[in-house]
Design a protein around this ligand. Structure first.
Ligand SMILES: Cc1cc2nc3c(=O)[nH]c(=O)nc-3n(C[C@H](O)[C@H](O)[C@H](O)COP(=O)(O)OP(=O)(O)OC[C@H]3O[C@@H](n4cnc5c(N)ncnc54)[C@H](O)[C@@H]3O)c2cc1C
Length: 196
């Protein structure tokens, strides 16, 4: 475990899920926050004092991509731009992958998409009713499910159940995106201001 002690707060950088949960449990008397790209701070100012940050950037279980017979599975440490690349390089697998990637390209800007993760985006909408998450909207339409870890196991949840799930002491591990049949029409829309 590496820890970067500052005056206050403390930052930890675990390299595995079990280590991340151990740090969490050892600090139950403090306000603990998981972070990955930490770009969420640009959308919602932090309320209250966070004493302990647990960076998930080095947690190895969150960085993978697996192609299965009926779905693709992508780790929660993958950035939004990383997700776009994966979808485009597998676009022959599902009619939905190119429209999903094209929609993801409309999120924020290149620097934010390079370090901001799709999982962090989902957590912003989980924690804030008023956040219109593009990732949530399009992945729900695609019928995606999430693998979410707690200390001692992992559960599988459809995105429709995610918003009401108690995420205390839980870490999103991956998203599973099923393949659409070629007969399906899959389109997404985003209404946004643009400069003229
Ligand atoms: C300028 C700007 C423009 C943006 N525009 C858009 C937009 O147009 N559309 C849109 O949908 N979004 C937009 N966003 C949001 C952006 O997509 C998110 O900020 C980003 O995806 C968050 O990812 P992160 O890794 O930085 O999360 P962090 O900031 O590190 O974390 C955000 C939250 O997620 C939690 N978290 C992170 N990873 C995990 C995990 N694996 N398990 C459990 N909890 C976790 C953290 O505890 C925290 O609560 C914008 C953001 C910025 C700064």
């Amino acid at each position: 475990m590496q820890s970067r002690a500052q005056s206050d707060p403390h930052w930890y950088q675990p390299t595995g899920l079990s280590e991340a949960f151990s740090i969490y449990k050892a600090n139950l008397n403090s306000t603990v926050k998981f972070v990955n790209g930490n770009t969420g701070k640009g959308v919602f100012k932090e309320t209250g004092d966070v004493n302990i940050y647990i960076e998930l950037n080095s947690v190895k279980e969150l960085y993978f991509m697996q192609v299965h017979d009926t779905y693709i599975s992508i780790g929660a440490g993958i950035s939004i731009n990383g997700l776009i690349d994966i979808l485009l390089s597998n676009k022959d697998k599902s009619i939905s992958f190119k429209p999903l990637a094209d929609h993801l390209k409309k999120i924020a800007n290149v620097p934010v998409r390079n370090i901001g993760t799709w999982a962090g985006n989902l957590m912003l909408t989980h924690n804030n009713d008023n956040f219109p998450s593009d990732v949530f909207t399009i992945m729900k339409a695609a019928g995606a499910t999430l693998s979410i870890a707690h200390d001692g196991g992992t559960g599988e949840y459809p995105l429709s159940d995610f918003l009401s799930l108690d995420m205390t002491e839980r870490i999103i591990v991956s998203i599973q995106i099923p393949y659409c049949s070629p007969n399906t029409v899959f389109t997404t829309f985003k209404i946004m201001p643009r400069s003229q």
